[in-house]
Design a protein around this ligand. Structure first.
Ligand code: SF4
Ligand code: SF4
Length: 106
């Protein structure tokens, strides 16, 4: 692996902005914080589930990388749009063609 030095202008900018002793702590995310941050709120695309087609196989529940799918009391899938990023993985793995990814309009 070849290690690269930061470009001089970047080093200069960091030094001017932060000095050398006042760098803020970086990349620290509070423990157990996933629910606090609505990780899907930047995306305009959301999965929409037609519950009348859902056969409760739970593929979407297991495949969703953001744990945005929940199962209701009748074991039908539903999407928490606060966490859905609209990636469409759930729709790809739905055997009943019950999921569509749509662009939300305001
Ligand atoms: S579109 Fe992606 S993020 Fe949204 S529920 Fe489906 S798998 Fe999860
Ligand atoms: S993958 Fe489709 S059929 Fe299976 S639980 Fe999800 S919405 Fe229902």
């Amino acid at each position: 692996m070849v290690e690269k030095e930061a470009p001089e202008e970047l080093k200069k900018w960091v030094k001017e902005k932060w000095g050398t002793k006042n760098l803020p702590p970086g990349g620290i995310v509070p423990f157990h914080s996933a629910y606090e941050y609505k990780t899907g709120d930047w995306s305009a695309f959301k999965a929409i589930i037609d519950k009348s087609k859902c056969i409760s196989c739970m593929n979407c529940f297991y495949y969703c990388p953001d744990s945005a799918i929940e199962m209701d009391d009748e074991l039908k899938a539903m999407v928490d749009i606060n966490y859905c990023k609209g990636c469409g993985i759930c729709a790809k793995h739905c055997p009943a063609d019950a999921i569509e990814v749509r662009r939300l309009t305001r």
